[in-house]
Design a protein around this ligand. Structure first.
Ligand code: SF4
Length: 389
């Protein structure tokens, strides 16, 4: 039962679990430009209803496996060219050493990240694969994932547009996987737009990968990048597209809302970062579009104010690493976990450590992986305190 009654008929409908249309959300957005109080109140109410007073995170190490990439997104500083100092081509030895260190730091997740099909463009990537005994990046990722499991970490791979077969193989070792939708808009792939030189970011391609993850029953992390030249309509359509996928396959475990931050060495270096109030509005709108979803913002990208997003609908901080940088946003260090806990507490929320797969999706993972989780899981399906602290 919900006793909250608002002036907005549409928001009351949301609170009563009625179906909400794109047009409704647009109207709610227009209204929020005059006063966002009711929208934020609704988002907060739904968040409490579905996620209580808990905020989760995943204790992770970020494995920058290979940052050569066949595409170029105008906002990306992660991608390296072969001659650059930031080039990363991790050897098996380096992966093993970082896994061992991550274990020492009591990390739970091994986040494996690569550029898009580097071996398709760079001879250097081919050579690196050959030296390590593999013919493709995905083969290498399978090996790295096996290593992670052996050494006691749970792999979560985000390697762009993997094929159905590649994902099928990786599902054996990965408790979940990730690929950002970024945005559903074809317009952002036009000349002068951020995805013009990134064939892998064509919305159809991304949706196909997400569809495949659904067919394969892989708990999937996806999300949107906010502030890259898209319109509010395109943002809302993107969230609806994710909702639609989840309705069809039930495998979207979380939606990341990432606020764009300009990087000095990129084409978009002079574009402004996403406005904070607008970003909060996007968070709240996402919560009302998919009320039961796990919604995440990265705390390092809103370093001064991340805790205030707890009151507009988020329930997860994503992966936080005590030992590796955020290679996608290297200028934003991750806050210390104890600080995030303290700030969450001040805002009235309890921080808990989750697996890279949320408890609602445990039934999607194999028995072998499920058994590994069981060993260190508490009664809520989260990581036992004494394991990660
Ligand atoms: S965001 Fe991903 S696909 Fe785009 S350039 Fe960077 S690494 Fe490549």
């Amino acid at each position: 039962m919900n006793n909250l009654v608002l002036n907005s008929e549409r928001l009351n409908n949301v609170l009563e679990n009625k179906v909400i249309s794109f047009q409704d959300v647009m109207e709610i957005y227009q209204q929020s430009l005059k006063d966002s109080t009711e929208l934020f109140t609704t988002a907060q109410n739904l968040r409490k209803k579905y996620k209580k007073q808990t905020v989760t995170f995943s204790k992770k190490a970020f494995f920058n496996i290979v940052n050569l990439c066949k595409d170029t997104c105008s906002y990306c500083t992660y991608k390296a060219e072969p001659e650059e100092a930031k080039l990363s081509l991790m050897s098996k030895q380096q992966i093993t050493e970082l896994l061992q260190l991550a274990k020492k730091y009591k990390c739970v997740e091994a986040l494996f990240v690569t550029g898009e099909q580097p071996e398709k463009k760079y001879p250097e990537a081919k050579k690196w694969l050959e030296e390590n005994g593999f013919s493709s990046t995905s083969e290498y990722l399978i090996h790295a994932s096996e290593l992670a499991l052996e050494l006691g970490l749970f792999p979560h791979t985000n390697a762009g547009n993997l094929s159905y077969d590649e994902m099928k193989e990786l599902k054996k070792t990965n408790v979940s996987m990730g690929v950002m939708l970024e945005n559903i808009s074809e317009r952002l792939t036009e000349k002068g737009m951020p995805h013009y030189l990134a064939a892998s970011k064509r919305p159809k391609k991304r949706l196909e990968v997400l569809e495949n993850s659904g067919k394969l029953k892989i708990p999937m992390t996806t999300g949107i990048l906010v502030g890259i030249g898209e319109t509010i309509e395109e943002i809302i359509q993107s969230v609806f597209a994710i909702k639609q996928l989840h309705k069809k396959y039930g495998n979207i475990q979380e939606v990341i809302l990432q606020n764009f931050q300009p990087k000095p060495d990129t084409i978009m270096k002079n574009s402004p970062s996403a406005n904070e109030h607008f970003f909060k509005t996007v968070v709240a709108l996402s919560r009302i579009i998919i009320p039961e979803m796990n919604i995440q913002i990265p705390p390092n990208l809103s370093p001064k104010s991340y805790q205030s997003f707890l009151s507009v609908g988020i329930n997860d901080w994503g992966g936080i690493s005590p030992l590796t940088p955020d290679f996608v946003n290297p200028e934003f260090v991750w806050p210390e976990i104890s600080k995030v806990e303290e700030n969450s507490k001040k805002a009235g929320f309890e921080l808990k450590c989750r697996f890279p797969v949320y408890p609602e999706f445990f039934s999607f993972v194999s028995k072998e992986l499920r058994d590994k989780i069981s060993g260190i899981e508490n009664e809520e399906g989260l990581v036992k305190e004494d394991y990660w602290r």
